[in-house]
Design a protein around this ligand. Structure first.
Ligand code: GAR
Length: 203
């Protein structure tokens, strides 16, 4: 007997700032009808290359740039509203290089996760791979965690190690971390779906 397919899939909004290879991996995972989530929109703080992964599939995208707002608080409120338009069960920050504020956390706290290219709490921040190399650690990796008000400080959901190879530079190490990170993100999102879809609010 074939395995039962999920009747409705969790709705994900992805946020990114760069090339979006992690977003692409998530989109590819959703091609399997048995995957328990679907990407309903992709947003960015800039006209990022990664948005094309969504547009190629006919999925909606949005750009919410800090510079288009009078201050950071106004940007944060607009970002929360932009995300809310797609009524997500889960918001995935996948290479989104901005710290969200109280409006986004108030609306999506506990359902907003981030993927980071280091074994948190080691090497938080925007230069995790460079910092790990500078520290000379033999092993680094990737972490998926819940976003809180700090910089990469929220509860860890999953981690995977990556060995630093002799001669690694920032680009080569980051690429190997991202190979692991894509799998880790796809697996972690699937594991989270039952928790984030048991909300009581009716759609
Ligand atoms: C990923 O390694 C992600 O963890 C990192 O940006 C990369 C995005 O790759 N995010 C951070 O460093 C956030 N602090 P991608 O554009 O190929 O998906």
């Amino acid at each position: 007997m074939p395995a039962a397919l999920p009747t409705s899939r969790a709705r994900i909004v992805v946020l990114l700032s760069g090339t979006g290879s992690l977003c692409a991996a998530l989109l590819e995972a959703t091609d399997d009808p048995a995957y328990p989530a679907e990407v309903v929109a992709v947003g960015s703080d800039r006209r990022a290359e990664g948005l094309q992964h969504a547009t190629r599939r006919g999925l909606p995208t949005f750009v919410c740039a800090v510079g288009d707002h009078p201050d950071r608080a106004a940007w944060d409120r607009r970002l929360a509203a932009d995300i809310a338009e797609y009524d997500p069960d889960l918001v995935v920050s996948a290479g989104f290089m901005k710290i969200v504020g109280p409006a986004v956390l108030g609306a999506f706290g506990g359902r907003l996760i981030n993927t980071h290219p280091a074994l948190l709490p080691a090497f938080p921040g925007a230069h995790a791979v460079r910092d790990a190399l500078a520290a000379g650690v033999p092993v680094t990796g990737a972490t998926v965690h819940v976003v809180d008000a700090g910089v990469d400080t929220g509860p860890v959901l999953s981690q995977r190690e990556v060995a630093v190879a002799p001669g690694d530079d920032e680009a080569s190490l980051h690429e190997r971390i991202k190979e692991v990170e894509r799998e880790l993100l796809v697996e972690t999102v699937a594991r989270l779906v039952p928790a984030v879809t048991s909300r009581e609010s009716p759609r």
